[in-house]
Design a protein around this ligand. Structure first.
Ligand code: UT7
Length: 358
């Protein structure tokens, strides 16, 4: 039996006996990494026909981070992961699985989780890419939570990482999309934890994930892809038609985002018999401040309980929720013992939520 199989068996024996016991998933640490290069709305005015006023008024975004060098998504993921491992005070060899959510992979294949794993030098453990766009982190959290509760694994590294800036149409043609997105990464270590008091001990209460592929082309990147025809995944014709850039029906995405994030929160509350008023902090996907404001108004959430980063970092898709958690911790808005609701929506359409006793 290989060393890896032996260690897997040991893990199973250690934890299988606790299946259906009080083993829950706890967020042991959170970290993020943002490129240092700040791109303001005024910088964008110089390269396309847009204005600071339009971007601020329609989205609430003032600036975003865009990489300047040859960094790849797995580089950003690596920087966030190393910080999360340090913050968790564990040996990186104690990590049993890597889940990485991204829509901007290093390459078509293999998955970016494999590139990250190579950089972390963690050979042997499973490394999986989650391709659920803005909802990727909550999908990954949901999977990790179930792997831990089943007793299969003890420590799981979950990362959301994106480099959008290299893949946007930065001419006026692409202004409706390109002003919205930023680069960044966030990481979390999820660990198995015996919970004695469910009202106070740190754990994930529930996760909820959904998709509706009817709307797959409302926000998508056509090429390269196997559906692009017999001439090839990406041809000169595709390039002339700018099919290598994301396309979005902004109004449809906006409407569905508000509806689905409200539904997801409702699902979280009903599942746990919790009222919105019991929740201490709300972290919504950060695509547009108007989306969050619309949800907050409809649900009458006090602004002091809603944490936003979109103004400074724009939409970092799969990285948004862990980046938000990290900054909320740094600003003392997220503290141990708090009840936190995460809710997200993105391309696919995909959406989901999680309720966490942090
Ligand atoms: O993670 C999920 C990802 N995405 C989202 O959640 C995005 C959801 N949608 C949105 O946030 C909004 O729909 C946008 C911010 C994308 C657009 O806001 P809107 O209020 O729906 O604007 P619009 O699409 O109605 O566009 C209004 C005008 C158009 O001009 P005309 O046709 O009225 O002359 C656009 O061409 O604004 C124009 N426009 C811009 N003008 C200046 C579009 N982008 C820009 C821009 N600068 N960057």
């Amino acid at each position: 039996m290989s060393e890896q199989s032996q260690s897997n068996l040991k893990l199973e024996n250690n934890f299988q006996s606790k299946f259906h016991s009080n083993i829950q998933s706890k967020i042991l640490s959170v970290a993020s990494f943002l490129p240092s290069n700040v791109v303001t709305n005024f910088d964008l005015e110089k390269i396309m026909d847009t204005t600071n006023e339009w971007i601020l008024q329609r989205t609430g975004i003032s600036e975003r981070r865009w990489v300047t060098g040859d960094e790849s998504t797995s580089d950003l993921a690596y920087s966030a992961s190393i910080k999360a491992i340090e913050n968790a005070h564990i040996d990186k060899k104690d990590i049993d699985m890597i889940l990485l959510a991204t829509l901007s992979p290093d390459h078509e294949f293999p998955g970016t989780a494999c590139f990250l794993q190579g950089k972390l030098k963690l050979s042997g453990i499973p490394a999986i890419d989650i391709r659920q766009q803005c909802s990727g982190f909550i999908y990954a959290l949901s999977m990790a939570d179930l792997y831990i509760k089943s007793g299969r694994y003890k420590n799981i590294l979950i990362v959301g990482a994106e480099i959008h800036s290299q893949g946007l149409d930065k001419s006026t043609d692409g202004r409706d999309v390109s002003v919205l997105f930023g680069d960044g990464a966030g990481a979390v270590i999820l660990t198995a934890n015996e919970v004695k008091n469910k009202d106070t001990d740190s754990h994930i209460l529930s996760t909820h994930i959904h998709a509706d592929g009817q709307f797959a082309k409302e926000l998508w990147l056509p090429a390269p892809g196997s559906a692009m025809g017999r001439e090839g995944r990406i041809t000169n014709v595709h390039l002339l038609e700018k099919l290598q850039y994301p396309r979005m029906n902004g109004k449809a995405v906006f409407t569905h985002a508000v509806r689905r994030m409200i539904e997801s929160l409702d699902e979280c509350c009903n599942c746990n018999n919790v009222k919105l008023q019991d929740i201490d902090l709300f972290l919504f996907h950060q695509a547009n401040l108007r989306i969050v404001e619309s949800i907050s108004q409809r649900l009458e959430l006090p602004s002091s309980k809603v944490f936003n980063t979109v103004q400074k970092f724009a939409n970092t898709t799969a990285a948004t929720i862990p980046i938000g958690m990290d900054y909320a911790i740094q600003e003392n808005k997220l503290q141990r013992g708090m009840l936190v609701a995460l809710s997200t929506f993105g391309s696919g359409f995909t959406w989901g939520s999680a309720l966490i006793r942090y």
